[in-house]
Design a binder for this molecule. Structure first.
Ligand SMILES: NC(=O)c1ccc[n+]([C@@H]2O[C@H](COP(=O)([O-])OP(=O)(O)OC[C@H]3O[C@@H](n4cnc5c(N)ncnc54)[C@H](OP(=O)(O)O)[C@@H]3O)[C@@H](O)[C@H]2O)c1
Length: 332
C-alpha cells in the first residue's frame, strides 16, 4: 500500500454564498484518534444540509471539520487506538460529522458499515445519510407499521426515494408529493402507490380520497411552513408527523386544535447533532434491517448524477436547481 500523504485536497467553503464558494484547497490530512478510522475517500454523497452549511445557515457542530460532506465510501488506511471492527484495506461506507468532500476523512468506528453487497463505491456513498435518517424517523420515531399509509413530502429527493423503497419493503402503503410529472412518475416506478404533483394538485384532498377518508398514519415532512397545518388535515386519527427539515419555513400560524381532536403526535429530529452512541445504535439497526434488503436487490440508492470532487460547485448547483431525482455523489 502506498504511504498516506501528509496533505490532501479538500473542498473548502471560502465564505458563505452560492455554489462558487466551494473551492479545492490543500489541507493537512487528518489523523485518527481513539475509536476513529481514516478512510481514503472514493466517493462522497451530497446532501441538502451541505447546501445549507455552504450558505452559512447550518454551521458544523463543535469538533466537526469545516469541510462539508456527511457520508463517504472508501478504503480504511489507518485505525486509531481501540478500533476493533476495522483494519487497513477494508472497504467501508460511513456517516461522518463533516469532512466528506476530501481525499481522506475520519469516521467513527461505530458509524461505519461494510459496503453493502452489490453496490459500487459511488452507490455506497449515497446510502448512509438517507438510510440512517429514514430508518430513524420513519421506523423508530414514526413507528410505521405494516398496512399503514405513509405520506412522504419530497418523494423524489434522496430521502424520499429511500423512504419509498424501505416503507414498501416493510409492507406500508406509500403516498408521495413531488414537484413535477416526471418526478411523480419516478416515485411510482420506485413503488409509490400514489404520487401527487403538489404544484397542481391538493395533497390533503388526494391523501384523504386515496385512503377512504382515513388519512395518512405517518407523514415524513421536510417542507414545514403552510404544510404544517395541511399535514394535520391529511393525518389519520392517532397519526404521527415527523419533521426532518423546514425547506419552506420553520414558522407558521397553525390551528392546533386537530392535535387534540385527532390525537396527533408531531415530532422531529436531526441526525448530525445526535450523540455518537445514538448514531452507532442507528447504524446497527440499519445494518440489521436495510443491508439484507440491499444485498437481495430489493432496495438501492437512486443515483441522479456523479461529479468529480473538484466539481463540487456544479454538484451543489444541480441540487439547488431541484432537477435531480435521487442522489448526487462526488467521486474522488
Ligand atoms: N433531520 C435530519 O436528520 C435530516 C437528515 C438528512 C436530510 N435532511 C433534510 O431532508 C431534506 C431532503 O434532503 P435530501 O438530501 O434528500 O435533499 P434533496 O434531494 O435536495 O431533496 C429536497 C426535496 O425537497 C423538495 N423541495 C424543495 N423545496 C421545496 C418546497 N419549498 N416545497 C416543497 N418541496 C420542496 C425538492 O423537490 P420538488 O420540490 O421538485 O419536489 C426536493 O425533492 C432536506 O431538507 C434535508 O435538509 C434532514
Amino acid at each position: 500500500m502506498t504511504p498516506v500523504p501528509a496533505t490532501m485536497t479538500a473542498i473548502a467553503i471560502r465564505a458563505p454564498g452560492g455554489p462558487e464558494v466551494l473551492v479545492p484547497e490543500v489541507r493537512p490530512r487528518p489523523a485518527p484518534g481513539p475509536g476513529q478510522i481514516l478512510v481514503k475517500v472514493a466517493a462522497a454523497g451530497v446532501n441538502r444540509p451541505d447546501v445549507a452549511q455552504r450558505q452559512g445557515f447550518y454551521p458544523p457542530p463543535p469538533g466537526a471539520p469545516d469541510i462539508p460532506g456527511l457520508e463517504i465510501a472508501g478504503e480504511v488506511v489507518a485505525c486509531g487506538e481501540g478500533v476493533k471492527r476495522w483494519k487497513k484495506g477494508d472497504q467501508v461506507c460511513a456517516l461522518v460529522i463533516g469532512g466528506g468532500y476530501a481525499e481522506y476523512c475520519l469516521a467513527h468506528e461505530g458509524h461505519t458499515l461494510p459496503i453493502p453487497e452489490g453496490l459500487s463505491m459511488a452507490e455506497a456513498a449515497a446510502v448512509p445519510e438517507t438510510f440512517f435518517t429514514v430508518w430513524h424517523n420513519v421506523f423508530e420515531r414514526g413507528r410505521l407499521q405494516k398496512g399503514e399509509t405513509l405520506l412522504v413530502h419530497g418523494g423524489s429527493s434522496g430521502i424520499g426515494t429511500t423512504a419509498i423503497q424501505l416503507a414498501k419493503n416493510f409492507g406500508a402503503r406509500v403516498i408521495v408529493t413531488a414537484g413535477s410529472a416526471d418526478k411523480c412518475e419516478a416515485c411510482r416506478m420506485l413503488g409509490a402507490d400514489l404520487a401527487i404533483d403538489y404544484k397542481t394538485q391538493d395533497f390533503v384532498a388526494l391523501t384523504k380520497s386515496a385512503t377512504d377518508g382515513h388519512g395518512a398514519d405517518l407523514i415524513l415532512d421536510m417542507v414545514g411552513g403552510d404544510y404544517i397545518e395541511r399535514n394535520y388535515e391529511a393525518a389519520a386519527v392517532e397519526g404521527r408527523i415527523v419533521q426532518i427539515a423546514f425547506l419552506r419555513s420553520p414558522k407558521a400560524t397553525v390551528n392546533f386544535s386537530r392535535i387534540m381532536l385527532k390525537r396527533l403526535t408531531h415530532t422531529g429530529s436531526t441526525l448530525r447533532s445526535r450523540s455518537d452512541a445514538d448514531k452507532a445504535a442507528i447504524a446497527r439497526a440499519v445494518e440489521q434491517h436495510a443491508w439484507p434488503l440491499i444485498a437481495a436487490g430489493q432496495v438501492r440508492p437512486v443515483m441522479d448524477k456523479t461529479f468529480r470532487l473538484a466539481e463540487a460547485a456544479a454538484a451543489h448547483a444541480r441540487m439547488e436547481s431541484s432537477q435531480h431525482i435521487g442522489k448526487i455523489v462526488l467521486t474522488v
